[in-house]
Design a binder for this molecule. Structure first.
Ligand code: FES
Ligand code: FES
Length: 172
């Protein structure tokens, strides 16, 4: 058995570390070492996107890299989307309101890909949304409601931002 290596990461704002075998995949590190089981494993071969997380601001399929390669990284998983008080992220709310899930297996990965998309492009077109989630497979929904969920979130986030700007203007 190979010598274990210490992997330290910041996950959802918390510093975490564990000693792991060098061959351990990041997705297994997240699910088993860190006990964050919201990140799913669908295929283990980089096809389905269920294991998608945001690593240093970019989406990665966490079954495609080793945990040791993530040493020192900042990772956001689906558990980190809602606020500490439990308020759902606009995307989570959108998936709920627009029926963006059925079995829910693909949903954590869809949420993380959508999160990165809206972070880089707050007002995406339908085509851009479809491209943004093109690495994530869903066998239930037909995708249309997922697109609707992302549009819902984009609109809500834009409204929240404009209200915050107004409030800031009033406060000045
Ligand atoms: S489990 Fe990683 S892409 Fe399917
Ligand atoms: S909701 Fe079932 S795979 Fe997407």
């Amino acid at each position: 058995m190979a010598k274990k290596q210490l992997v330290s990461v910041k996950v959802n704002g918390h510093e975490r570390e564990a000693a792991v075998e060098p061959r351990l995949l990041l997705v297994h590190f997240i699910r088993e070492s860190l006990q964050l089981t919201g990140t799913h494993i669908g295929c283990d071969t980089s096809h389905c996107g269920a294991c998608t997380v945001v690593l240093n601001g970019k989406t990665v399929k966490s079954c495609t890299m080793f945990a040791v390669q993530a040493d020192g990284a900042e990772i956001l998983t689906v558990e980190g989307l809602a606020s500490a008080s439990g308020q759902l992220h606009a995307l989570q709310e959108g998936f709920k309101q627009e029926h963006g899930l059925q079995c829910g297996f693909c949903t954590p990965g869809m949420l993380m890909s959508s999160f990165a998309l809206l972070h880089n492009n707050p007002n995406p077109s339908e085509e851009e949304i479809r491209r943004g989630i093109s690495g994530n497979l869903c066998r239930c929904t037909g995708y249309q409601n997922i697109v609707g969920a992302v549009q819902y979130a984009a609109a809500k986030m834009a409204k929240t931002e404009s209200e915050a700007n107004v409030a800031e203007g009033v406060a000045k």
